[in-house]
Design a protein around this ligand. Structure first.
Ligand SMILES: Nc1nc2c(ncn2[C@@H]2O[C@H](COP(=O)(O)OP(=O)(O)O)[C@@H](O)[C@H]2O)c(=O)[nH]1
Ligand SMILES: [Mg+2]
Length: 131
C-alpha cells in the first residue's frame, strides 16, 4: 500500500470542491487516512515547495497557498501516488485531460485545485512536513 499527500488548494476550498475532489479518490477505491482543514503557514509552504524556490512563480505560489484554508490529506491505496496524479491531471489546464480534476475545473497554471506527491520519496517527505 502506498500513501500520498494531497492538498485541496485555496481555490478548491473557495469554489466548494472539497466533496467533489474527495469523492473522486474514494470512487477509485482509495482511502482517506487523515484529513484536516488548516491555514498553511509560510514556514510549512517553504518546506513543501523547496524544489521550486528559484522559480519565477515561487512567491506567487506561496502567497496563493496562504490566501485561505487548505484541506491536507493522506490518501492510501495500491499505487496511490500515480493513481492520484492521474485523477488530478496535468499541471497546465490546457494540457489536463477532461475527466481529470484539473481538466474539469482549473483554468490557471497556478490555481489548479489540487496538489499530490509525485514519488515515494516526495510522499514521505511531504507527509512528514504536514502530519
Ligand atoms: N504561475 C505558474 N505557476 C506554476 C507553474 N508551474 C507550476 N506552477 C504552480 O506550482 C505548483 C507546483 O508545480 P509542479 O510541482 O511543477 O506541478 P504539480 O506537481 O503538477 O502540482 C503547480 O501545481 C502550480 O500551482 C508555472 O509555470 N507558472
Ligand atoms: Mg509537484
Amino acid at each position: 500500500m502506498e500513501k500520498t499527500l494531497v492538498i485541496i488548494k485555496p481555490d478548491g476550498v473557495e469554489r466548494g470542491l472539497i466533496g467533489e475532489v474527495i469523492s473522486r479518490y474514494e470512487r477509485k477505491g482509495l482511502k482517506i487516512k487523515e484529513c484536516r482543514l488548516i491555514n498553511a503557514t509560510k514556514d510549512i509552504l517553504e518546506q513543501h515547495y523547496i524544489e521550486h524556490k528559484e522559480k519565477p512563480f515561487y512567491e506567487g505560489l506561496v502567497s496563493y497557498m496562504m490566501r485561505g484554508p487548505v484541506v491536507v490529506m493522506i490518501v492510501e491505496g495500491n499505487e496511490a501516488i500515480q493513481l492520484v496524479r492521474n485523477i488530478n491531471g496535468s499541471t497546465k489546464p490546457t494540457e489536463a485531460a477532461m475527466g481529470t480534476i484539473r481538466g474539469d475545473f482549473a483554468n490557471s497554471v497556478t490555481e489548479n485545485i489540487v496538489h499530490a506527491s509525485d514519488s515515494i520519496e516526495s510522499s514521505e517527505r511531504e507527509i512528514s512536513i504536514w502530519f
